[in-house]
Design a protein around this ligand. Sequence first.
Ligand code: 5RP
Length: 229
Amino acid sequence: MTQDGLSQDQLKDAVAAAAIDEIKPWLERGTVLGIGTGSTANRFIDRLARLRDDFKGAVASSEASAERLRSHGIEVFELNSVGTVPYYIDGADEVNAHLHMIKGGGAALTREKIVAACAERFICIADASKRVDRLGEFPLPVEVIPMARSYVARELVKLGADPVYRQGVVTDNGNQIIDCYEFMIDDPVAMEARLNAIVGVVTNGLFAARGADVLLLGGEGGVERLIPV
Ligand code: 5RP
């Protein structure tokens, strides 16, 4: 609960509503949106359902989001058939003032990063608990090819992380996740590239080279609209 008595769920709802307000004026019959994954993105999807006749459809960053979109009668397209999307709307596990993020708490980081790369604008929606000065308190997810897991973990130790295999999780791409604990990040752009250079890493949950363009942050005083410093 915040001091105003708002729950985290209510804040997620508020930012989902704010994201609808942000994109609604720009929706056209032919628009295909990029849609993220997680509880905040789910709230956005549920609200988007009310506008389903105002746009063409969506590209989803996970099977779970695709299923939720379809359940609302929103058509889901393959990214390859769409090319670019005008907006990508998604949550985050942590976000800093530059709108660099840690994502992947829901193990969808690779597809999230791909759809974000194809987006003209990335709108991040998050409750105020996600806003940090320095990324890394949230364990950084790294998606790995299964046979490379031990090797990648040893490389992560060399970089100062405490890697933990996320047991029982298989990504939509058939891969595994290692979460990096005790890994505070001073230079997210450099670290994102450094981690992606480890053989066997599919991608990592730092979204810094392509951060968000707008952050809709839900807190005690309402929803703040922030751009990168
Ligand atoms: C999933 C993600 C999510 O965006 C992130 O975990 C935030 O989730 P939530 O909105 O449930 O807090 O990166 O892979």
